[in-house]
Design a protein around this ligand. Structure first.
Ligand code: SF4
Length: 598
């Protein structure tokens, strides 16, 4: 069976306009796709247009859909499989179309960022991601020709959660990775056989993963799949980490560049764990070699990284020293005229108690007992090398106590001068995660301290990233608080909002005379409260040795006696104290460089 002109292709693949857009290669603009859709309306024409190839197929689509395309083309042939933009579906779906495959990340606007920021903003309708997914699902061409609709991707759990499978006319929700089972499922569709409503795919053999045939949005290239650190709120943790060979990565980079992608987006749960050694020990040669190999591909202009963790670059800061020059030469991002590299880092909390319970693996190869030190050390190292990370902080986790929230605020204090974006998000029980049955936090149940986490983070962001506009932004916050936030989210927002405006402790703060609560104020030692939290009085909580000794212990174990020399630890102690190490520049940026340490 092959596609006949005007009759549609047998297999059509698509994704919503939001997920098929490059957003001008600006991930910060892409971030706004999680906001209420009415806010985005003025920009729709600019960012949600289709970019067609000569044969009408969509030029850029989500990377995951490109993997599906490669699998289906290999099995059924190029003529059978077409990739369409949702606005051109009627050119590809016709009476010969047997199946439409749809990929989605956030179909109902229930992912971390969209849930948090939609409920915070509170007006303007549902998230743009969700609005656009519905727009695609209710395209009349799907009703007219009635193909089998299979929806896959990281966001399918949301559709099941929202009980929208029937409403959207979905024949099958495909959960998991496509490599092993998709072909047999699609064969059944083409043969007219029944398929299950919910299909759970088995784990693939990663050696069978195929190269993409065309570019993903943002020129995405997958370098690893899975994570394995075991955070209980996360789904990639359920997949064992696999690193793809560098020559394959380079081939996919070439595909993206050849197709005109202005960016290469290195996709991984942790770029620093590329080809890592046992025990989550980073492999510097492999990571730096991978950065270099990508940056050396002719035509690569702008390289962007997805996710990373901090422990590997605390363990081996030379990864930054050796890897950064390659990346800085291939970045367009600047802050105050200075180029920087950025990456998303999940810090999540300053509470050792929560870390120990829910995400102890994040600190490996270190024990999690010194989590705040690892965070400060890692971000300090990053700032030293002109890496300004975007860090998520989660609040509303199951069992989060006031002391845990205060521990996060204490960590914020330590990081107050760090060049970083602090992005607070609310806990969401993802379906694939171990905490899938936990209760989701709603905004109206947030405590004053949890509001403090959200608003202190954005005060930091305004100060670091928009310092020249702060004088305009603060009055705007004041008006927002007077006329909207307090009405919408209640009086618990008052003090955090005053703090955000820099008005805490002033005449506007009616509780200005209130004395510091010794248990929680900075001088009272919030971390102590976190570790001694009464809720955990029965837990075997051993206050660990100091961070420098703990680090030296790990160095001794993995690197041998020479690397665990006292000088290394001294440097670490200085960093945590914020005095810096004064190490030499390792990148091509000019100008003075502060220690960048929090
Ligand atoms: S480190 Fe990140 S990707 Fe890995 S399990 Fe934890 S949250 Fe998930």
């Amino acid at each position: 069976m092959t596609a006949k002109k005007g009759q549609g292709a047998p297999i059509v693949l698509t994704a919503s306009r939001v997920e098929s857009s490059n957003f001008g290669y600006d991930p910060f603009i892409a971030f706004t796709s999680t906001f209420p859709y009415k806010f985005f309306k003025p920009f729709t024409n600019k960012y949600l247009q289709h970019e067609d190839l000569d044969d009408g197929q969509q030029a850029f689509v989500p990377y995951g859909l490109r993997k599906v395309e490669a699998i289906l083309v290999k099995e059924f042939g190029r003529d059978m499989v077409k990739i369409a933009h949702p606005d051109t579906l009627d050119r590809f779906v016709g009476k010969d179309t047997k199946m439409v495959g749809i990929s989605t990340m956030d179909p109902m606007g229930l992912a971390y960022v969209s849930t948090t920021y939609n409920s915070l903003i509170g007006v303007g309708g549902e998230a743009l991601t969700s609005h656009e997914f519905k727009r695609m699902m209710f395209n009349p061409v799907l009703t007219r020709f009635d193909p089998t609709v299979i929806v896959g991707g990281a966001g399918v759990w949301q559709i099941e959660d929202a009980k929208m499978v029937d409403e959207f006319g979905i024949d099958c929700l495909f959960k998991g990775e496509a490599e092993k089972d998709l072909v047999s499922l699609v064969t059944k569709v083409l043969d007219g056989e029944d398929i299950p409503r919910i299909f759970e795919a088995s784990k693939p053999d990663y050696d069978t993963v195929l190269d993409v045939l065309g570019p993903g949005t943002y020129g995405t290239v997958e370098i690893t799949r899975g994570c394995g650190r075991g955070c209980q709120f996360c789904s990639p943790t359920m997949r064992k980490k696999h690193s793809f060979p560098t020559d394959r990565i380079v081939r996919e980079v070439k595909t993206a560049v050849k197709a005109g992608s202005k960016m290469v987006f290195i996709n991984s749960e942790d770029v620093f764990l590329y080809e890592s050694k046992p025990g989550f020990v980073p492999n510097r040669e492999a990571v730096v070699g991978m950065f270099k190999a990508i940056c050396d591909v002719p035509g690569v202009e702008d390289v962007h990284l997805s996710h990373a963790s901090l422990a590997p670059i605390v363990y081996d800061p030379k990864i930054l020293e050796e890897g950064t020059p390659h990346l800085l030469e291939h970045t367009h991002r600047t802050l105050q005229g200075r180029k920087f590299v950025t990456v998303e880092v999940g810090v999540e909390t300053g509470s050792v108690r929560i870390m120990r319970k829910q995400m102890a693996g994040k600190a490996l190869p270190y024990k999690v007992d010194h989590w705040p030190d690892i965070v400060c050390e890692g971000i300090g190292n990053m700032n030293d090398h002109d890496w300004y990370p975007l860090c998520t902080f989660m609040t509303g986790m199951p069992d989060e106590s006031e002391a845990d929230v205060q521990a996060t605020l204490e960590l914020f204090d330590r990081l107050k001068d760090a060049k970083m974006m602090k992005v607070p998000v609310l806990f969401i029980p993802l379906e694939e995660a171990m905490l899938s049955d936990a209760k989701r936090i709603e905004l109206d149940r947030l405590s004053e301290s949890q509001w403090d986490v959200i608003l202190t983070a954005w005060q930091h962001n305004t100060r670091i990233w928009q310092s020249n506009k702060e004088v305009f932004i603060r009055p705007l916050f004041f008006l927002t608080q007077c006329f909207y936030v307090r009405w919408r989210h209640g009086p618990k927002t008052r003090r955090p909002m005053l703090k955000m405006m820099g008005l805490d402790g002033t005449i506007f703060d009616r509780k200005v005379a209130r004395s510091c609560d010794t248990a929680y104020c900075a001088s009272g030692g919030r971390m102590k409260v976190a570790i001694d939290d009464k809720a955990d009085a029965t837990e075997d909580v051993v206050v660990p040795k100091d961070w420098a000794s703990a680090k030296a212990e790990v160095d001794l174990r993995f690197k041998g006696p020479e690397a665990a020399a006292p000088g290394v630890s001294q440097g670490m102690r200085n960093k945590v104290k914020g005095t810096g190490t004064g190490k030499a520049k390792a990148n091509s940026n000019d100008g003075n460089r502060g220690s960048g340490h929090p």
